[in-house]
Design a protein around this ligand. Structure first.
Ligand code: NAP
Length: 254
């Protein structure tokens, strides 16, 4: 049995993680941590407030963190320094932060970070890289629920980085100099224009739109429900037991 501690257990993703881990035959939730929600119950498991106490009391093998950008580094540092492998879904934190934590961790500890645990989203990023080799004019529109803490999304940043590595030509993105309202042309990430939409009713969606003479190509992925992320999370919990150091992206363990 893989013993799992979930941080952010009372959050939207954390609750799904507790449910998904509980449903697997080879893993179990030994602690659920969420400081402002201590005393609540998630799937019948009592939420506690202090990660270090939870680690000491429950001896977990793996931490799964879906919290907030300002909380994740301290959680992962506390777990990794205690020899616990980490699966990180929280976005909005530079990879360099996790690199430094993984380097300082005891030998054999794995810190796995994925901006998107949905397999369809990983395929979208792969197809976008492929298309960018032939259609270098591209912009990204990412759409998320209105309580998302970071913009642009971690997935959009990773998609832009992949496109920037894949394309050999970097065309100019016209229109920025003639913006009538600030930000109308979006943000630039790794040379790619990214637009962020935040609305109630959305979960996590992204379009990568390529343009060429007389044609466009749109690659779109929709996470319609948070269960879309769970097969990837469960896969990562198993994978970190076999890996060490920093591993970034679900594609590394597929
Ligand atoms: P959420 O509903 O706000 O849940 C976050 C939870 O973490 C909240 O209950 C929050 O408590 C709690 N928290 C805050 N500080 C904490 C700490 N120090 N220790 C433990 N828990 C703490 O957000 P969400 O929608 O679940 O998303 C969480 C993160 O996952 C975000 O960064 C989001 O972008 C990311 N995400 C990633 C993926 C992926 O595939 N990688 C998919 C979806 C979401 P309070 O309510 O008191 O602040």
């Amino acid at each position: 049995m893989i013993r799992v501690v979930v941080t952010g257990a009372s959050g939207k993703m954390g609750r799904e993680v507790v449910r998904a881990v509980t449903a697997e035959p080879d893993m179990t939730v030994v602690a659920a941590v969420d400081p402002l929600h201590a005393g609540e119950a998630v799937e019948g498991i009592r939420v506690t407030g202090d990660l270090r106490d939870a680690i000491e009391a429950s001896s977990p093998d793996v931490l799964v963190d879906f919290t907030r950008p300002e909380a994740v580094a301290a959680n992962v540092r506390a777990a990794a320094s205690s020899g616990i492998d980490c699966v990180v879904g929280t976005t909005g934190v530079p990879i360099a932060t996790f690199e430094e934590i993984a380097e300082g961790a005891p030998e054999g500890v794995c810190v796995f970070v994925a901006p998107n645990f949905a397999i369809g989203a990983v395929l979208m990023m792969r197809f976008a890289r492929e298309a960018a080799r032939y259609l270098p004019h591209v912009e990204i529109v990412e759409l998320h629920h209105d309580r998302k803490a970071d913009a642009p999304s971690g997935t959009a940043i990773r998609t832009a980085e992949g496109i920037s590595q894949a394309r050999t030509v970097v065309p100019a993105a016209p229109g920025r100099e003639s913006e009538v309202a600030d930000g109308a042309r979006g943000a630039v990430v790794a040379g790619v224009t990214v637009h962020s939409v935040r609305l109630p009713g959305l979960v996590a969606h992204q379009e990568v739109i390529f343009g060429g003479p007389g044609q466009t190509l749109t690659i779109r992925h929709d996470s319609l429900d948070r269960t879309s992320f769970m097969p990837g999370v469960v896969m990562a919990i198993r994978a970190v037991r076999e890996r060490s150091g920093l591993v970034v992206g679900l594609e590394e363990i597929l």
